[in-house]
Design a protein around this ligand. Structure first.
Ligand code: TYD
Length: 218
């Protein structure tokens, strides 16, 4: 059976993890094939170790290039151990973040340039890309307010960046979304959670190959 690869993107505080959990709970039972839920940075034991290194607030001296290369290294390992085997097994893959995060955060947020960051990621992924990407759209100031409320004092190294950084990342995403309109679908994530989840489910239902779905009437 054919696999299908879906990634979720968005600024910090967009509620991605909760949305993915609820979307998968609604879609999972309607899939004919097995599915996999994974995340970046991470998604394999080695990649999770790299994640800890990247996000550790103690590593404030990390250069932008090192950061970009570590995200790409974690991604390469995630591909080798998790994504490629799942593709071979014909699974539906739901990934919390993928290459677009690097283009927005490192390419634009860290000023490395989308083109340069895309090149190292093409090497890391051998060009394998999601079939569908859902962008959870929330203004950076709203996202940061949510994080401040939920995780006060426990923000990771990236979350600790100032609003100006997150605004650059947001503009980076706009650029990436604009250039990949066929793949990336934008959802208003400032709406109540249940509506955000139902909007995601509708989009996935529309784009997922029908042969992967069991009967779904409502
Ligand atoms: P994430 O796990 O989505 O954050 P959380 O679940 O804690 O909200 O991502 C961790 C951080 O890493 C987030 O600030 C976005 C950043 N990031 C990049 O800068 N580049 C990347 O390629 C990826 C995958 C994430």
């Amino acid at each position: 059976m054919k696999s299908y690869f879906i990634s979720f993107e968005g600024p910090d505080g967009s509620g991605k993890s909760t949305v993915i959990e609820q979307v998968v709970a609604q879609i999972g039972p309607h899939l004919k094939t097995q599915y996999l839920v994974t995340r970046e940075p991470g998604g394999s034991e080695i990649a999770e170790k790299i994640r800890q290194m990247i996000l550790d607030p103690a590593n404030h001296l990390m250069s932008a290039k090192t950061e970009a290369l570590l995200y790409a290294a974690a991604r390469s390992q995630h591909m080798a151990e998790t994504i490629i085997p799942a593709i071979k097994q014909g699974k539906v893959i739901f990934s919390d973040r993928f290459v677009d995060s690097s283009l927005a955060y490192q390419g634009v947020g860290r000023d490395l340039g989308i083109h340069a960051v895309k090149q190292i990621n093409d090497f890391a992924t051998s060009g394998i890309a999601p079939d569908l990407t859902i962008f959870l759209d929330i203004k950076p100031e709203v996202g940061l307010r949510r994080i401040a409320k939920e995780r006060a004092g426990q923000e990771d190294r990236l979350e600790q960046e100032q609003l100006a950084f997150h605004q650059k990342v947001y503009h980076g995403y706009q650029e990436v979304n604009q250039e990949n309109k066929a793949r990336i679908k934008v959802i208003d994530a400032e709406k109540p959670l249940a509506e955000v989840v139902s909007d995601c489910v509708k989009i996935i239902k529309t784009y997922l190959p029908q042969e992967l779905l069991k009967d779904w009437d409502e």
